[in-house]
Design a protein around this ligand. Structure first.
Ligand code: NI
Length: 169
């Protein structure tokens, strides 16, 4: 089922997600729906707060549905190591049409559970590192617009307010 993606400034986007404690069919249905929603939006990642669910769940698929091996489910993820710097453009499905360069760590290691509750560790670099950091930020109520420089953030907030007035946001 394709879920509705909430846009900034929906309050759920700024709240830290609740840790997941039940690894049941409801969780697996949420994960399946989140993948379907990501593909329908041509995104590479989505966090549960973006579909109005304040839980520490995120899905990532850099292949956008083309390679099942790329499907990644991160439940209760934590970054355990990071190094280096990346400065690349990124976007967010909760901020349609906004793209800006953001500073991220170049390489990270994460620890997370899968949709069955099994803990695993994983390293990511380049685009995967950036995407994991962006999605884990969502689980902490942190949005990419607040990682922009003050000038770019204000410019984009003005752009959003203008679109809201025009009814195009
Ligand atoms: Ni996002």
């Amino acid at each position: 089922m394709i879920l509705e993606i909430v846009k900034y400034p929906a309050p759920v986007l700024s709240q830290p997600g609740e840790p997941v404690t039940e690894f049941d069919n409801d969780l697996r249905k949420l994960v399946a729906d989140m993948f379907e929603t990501t593909y329908a939006s041509q995104g590479i990642g989505l966090a549960a707060p973006q579909v109005g669910v304040s839980k520490r769940v995120t899905v990532i698929d850099l292949s956008m549905g083309k390679d099942p091996k790329d499907k990644l489910v991160l439940v209760n993820p934590e970054i355990t190591f990071s190094e280096g710097k990346l400065y690349e453009e990124e976007g967010c499905l909760s901020f349609p049409d906004i793209r800006e360069k953001i500073v991220r760590a170049a390489r990270i290691r994460i620890r997370a559970q899968n949709e069955h509750g099994k803990w695993f560790e994983m390293d990511g670099d380049d685009l995967l590192s950036r995407c994991m950091q962006h999605e884990i930020d969502h689980l902490n109520g942190m949005l990419f617009i607040f990682r922009m420089s003050g000038l770019k953030r204000d410019l984009n907030l003005r752009k959003i307010r203008k679109m809201q007035r025009e009814g195009t946001w």
